[in-house]
Write a protein that binds this ligand. Structure first.
Ligand code: AOF
Ligand code: ZN
Length: 409
């Protein structure tokens, strides 16, 4: 008697079984959102030869142990002969902990299935090699896409020192982000739906910093906090770009400053700087860039030095335009609402003056050389995903993939 085909479980070692357990490992890795940074989000599942899960783990920075170690500890002796499903290549180096590749070997794990290699140059393939040299069967690439999307910030930061920048834009059907400035009777104005705003909170939760310009503070007086309610190990850093220090002391961001508010400026007004610092605001002064402006790339570099991996921008027209034109946007996530605001309303991407407009017209500066551009008249974004968000549409497009083009196998 054979069981009917449709009830047969995929045989051990089969691709669909590998995918099944890797999906669980990815779920575990997601638990590290806002808790693993500045380390990557990593999940691990140990499965016995008869197909039972014998241990699970995920990495949280404050707990120190890597995902594999947490799972090995849970499995104890049952790790012997097991298959380990790990969302990131086990490490080969000694950092705050010893090499996970070695720990898996010592525990007697027979096979390791890895979603993607570690982009950390100290590891990058060495962990896979260590495992193979120890006679362990290694497969790399199961669940690759999802695993890479989960650690875009880490991949960008560990290789370049720069944070991964997600530009979030909530815009009307006619491409506007706010009604005509200065109209009487304006209160808080929401373009997008509650569903989209909920997603924005999740995006803030997944970010290490949120960045905006002084124009947005003056217009909307936002709080810019993570109100997802989910735990995080570091406060979401609120970064305000304010070249001339116009930030009002009564602004909500200032009133709620709790070691999580940084104002970046080129102003030398030491009196104003002292006043802000007295209210618990961190003020970072930069040397002026082109046309005396705040050098955006230097601001991002400085955030990277502070172990900020993921920056989400929630800016107005000019800053949106400048960030894009200067090639500083890695991913663009737009919520498009079925609303028309009219030609006098603010465009989602604008230019402050003719010089900015000219820069914004040069598409080749916006993305990396390996992104296909067609005669510099358009930039194709093949890695874009559209989804419904209540009555809105959401498009999230990758402008620059932080992962190496050729995965290590
Ligand atoms: C793994 N499993 O769960 C994580 C890994 O300073 P350490 O010792 O915590 O090492 C950090 C590096 O280890 C990090 O940059 C990344 O390359 C890797 N993270 N590796 O095998 C994990 N979180
Ligand atoms: Zn490790």
């Amino acid at each position: 008697m054979h069981p009917p085909n449709e009830t047969a479980a995929p045989p051990p070692g089969s691709h669909s079984r590998d995918l099944h357990w890797m999906e669980r490992a990815l779920e575990l890795a997601r638990m590290g959102t806002a808790l693993a940074s500045p380390n990557p989000r990593v999940g691990c599942v140990l499965v016995s030869p008869d197909g039972r899960c014998v241990g699970e783990g995920w990495h949280s920075y404050d707990q120190r142990d890597h995902a594999e170690i947490v799972a090995l500890r849970a499995a104890g002796e049952q790790a012997r002969g097991a298959t380990a499903y790990v969302t990131l290549e086990p490490c080969s180096h000694t950092g705050r902990t010893g090499p996970c590749a070695l720990a898996l070997q010592h525990a007697g794990v027979a096979r390791v299935v890895v979603a993607t290699e570690d982009p950390n140059p100290r590891v990058a393939g060495n962990g896979l090699r260590m495992l193979r040299e120890a006679g362990i069967a290694v497969d790399c690439g199961t669940g690759l896409h999802a695993a890479r999307r989960l650690n875009e910030g880490f991949a960008r930061w560990i290789q370049t020192g720069m944070p991964f920048v997600t530009q979030k834009v909530a815009l009307s059907l006619d491409g506007r982000i706010a009604p005509q400035p200065g109209l009487p009777g304006q209160g808080p104005f929401w373009i997008t739906s509650e569903e989209s705003r909920f997603t924005v909170q999740q995006m803030r939760h997944a970010a290490d910093a949120v960045l905006t310009g002084i124009g947005t503070i003056l217009a909307d007086d936002p709080l810019l906090t993570d109100r997802s309610g989910a735990p995080r190990r570091r406060n979401l850093l609120r970064v305000i770009l304010d070249s001339t220090l116009r930030l009002p002391l009564a602004a909500q961001v200032v009133q709620s400053a709790d070691g999580d508010l940084v104002v970046c400026t080129v102003s030398q007004d030491e009196e104003r700087v002292a006043l802000l610092r007295g209210l618990g605001v961190e003020v970072q002064q930069f040397s002026p860039g082109v046309h005396g402006r705040l050098p955006l790339a230097s601001v991002l570099e400085w955030l990277g030095q502070r172990q900020i991996l993921d920056v989400m921008t929630e800016c107005g027209s000019h800053l949106n335009g400048a960030l894009l034109a200067q090639g500083l946007v890695d991913r663009c996530t737009c919520f498009v609402a079925p609303v028309i605001l009219g030609a006098h309303a603010l465009p989602a991407w604008g230019a402050r003056d003719a010089a900015d407009a000219a820069a914004a017209g040069n598409l080749s500066g916006m993305v990396s050389p390996n992104t296909p551009t067609e005669a510099s008249e358009s930039i194709q974004l093949p890695q874009a995903r559209w989804s419904a968000s209540g009555p809105d549409a959401c498009c999230s497009a990758l402008l620059r993939d932080p992962w190496p083009a050729e995965p290590v196998d």
